[in-house]
Ligand binder design. Structure first.
Ligand SMILES: [Zn+2]
Length: 363
């Protein structure tokens, strides 16, 4: 157990501390003990902060697989899935955090399973022609399975389970890569060392074939500060609780060929992460007039039920509103998302998530 846990912690910290691979509570990693148990990241915790005493759970594999079959044969139910996962835990941790809601597909796959949401992979998974580009970037070295996004956890595991049966996949002896549209990558292999190498190779190939990005010219510093202040006051005007978040311009924006972002780059929501963490994407604003700001902020709230946290003001640049401690990370992630959207535009245009997939609930 000691050695398995060290393998899991080392891999989780190493991949989880790289914000281009995963950030905040996203992504998950697991290792099976070969005796019916599996160590997996705990729900909502950060991969990069896993330790011996927190951030993971050990589950009974048979129990998880039985639960999955049971959930798939009825209408998926979030409450039963969560309680069932908690009941499947067989460690002695004082912590009662639930295992990741994505535990189900981990249980179906090989000894070591890594699931990430990499910046270099998302443009392929969020665009109309992305899969053709992905094939060109990865072949002949890597073959992969494509799974269409239908929600998290139980439903995704059901889709992967069908693929395993249909293709008679050998999971204990072979490496398999799955790409989940609008979501991320899953690598199923035999060890943490192997997983790390494969993730690195996929990232290098994906990065190499992406349209190059260069710095975009943003408005002058004074103008950016004035717009940030206007946004801050428009948000406070819309909702009192937003007043303690700070609005700042994001410097060093990069887009393909350094082109100025256009309105169509910001249509829809392209990943579940954009919905849950990033408050439903980046809001495009034609100008920084106070009335325009208020009108667009309200309309975003009406459409999504969320107050926007990132704004692209036409011919000026990107602005982010967040609490002081979250700002450094959010600035980085919103700038990545602008890059992802710009690169996806060069692969046949964006393929946003369908509205009916936006209900969340982790199913
Ligand atoms: Zn995920």
């Amino acid at each position: 157990m000691e050695q398995l846990l060290s393998e899991l912690i080392q891999l989780s910290r190493s991949l989880g501390s790289d914000a281009t691979l995963v950030w905040a509570g996203g992504g998950n990693i697991s290792i099976k003990d070969g005796q019916g148990g599996m160590f997996i990241k705990a729900s909502g915790t950060e991969l990069g902060r896993m330790s011996r005493t927190r951030g993971w759970r050990k589950v009974n594999l048979n129990q998880v697989l039985g639960l999955l079959d049971n959930l798939l044969s009825h209408k998926p139910n979030a409450g039963r899935a969560k309680q069932g996962l908690l009941d499947s835990c067989c460690d002695t941790l004082a912590d009662v955090t639930m295992p990741s809601i994505e535990t189900f597909f981990h249980a179906l796959l090989g000894r070591c399973v890594v699931h990430l949401h990499p910046v270099a992979v998302l443009p392929y998974l969020c665009s109309k022609n992305g899969y053709n580009h992905l094939k060109r970037s990865l072949s002949p070295k890597f073959d992969f399975h494509r799974i269409d996004f239908r929600g998290f956890g139980v439903v995704t595991a059901g889709q992967i389970q069908r693929r395993i049966y249909k293709k008679k996949l050998k999971l204990l002896s072979k490496t398999h890569i799955f790409f989940l549209s609008n979501h991320g990558v899953i690598v199923s292999c035999q060890s943490a060392v192997q997983a790390k190498t494969i993730v690195q190779q996929i990232m290098n190939r994906c990065e190499k074939h992406l349209p190059q990005t260069i710095l975009v010219r943003t408005a002058a510093k004074d103008k950016m500060m004035e717009t940030a202040a206007n946004l801050q006051s428009a948000r406070s005007h819309c909702c009192d609780s937003l007043a303690n978040q700070i609005t700042v311009p994001v410097k060093s924006l990069q887009t393909p060929k350094g082109v100025m972002p256009q309105k169509k780059w910001f249509e829809g929501i392209i990943t579940p992460e954009e919905l849950t963490y990033l408050r439903a994407g980046i809001l495009w604003l034609p100008n920084d007039h106070p009335n325009t700001l208020k009108k667009h902020i309200h309309s975003h709230f009406r459409k999504t039920g969320l107050w926007p946290a990132a704004f692209y003001v036409c011919r000026q640049g990107l602005f982010v509103s967040e609490s002081k401690e979250n700002l450094p990370l959010y600035k980085k992630v919103f700038a990545y998302y602008l890059q992802i959207r710009g690169r996806a535009m060069q692969m046949g245009g964006l393929r946003p998530l369908a509205r009916k997939r936006l209900s969340g609930e982790g199913l």
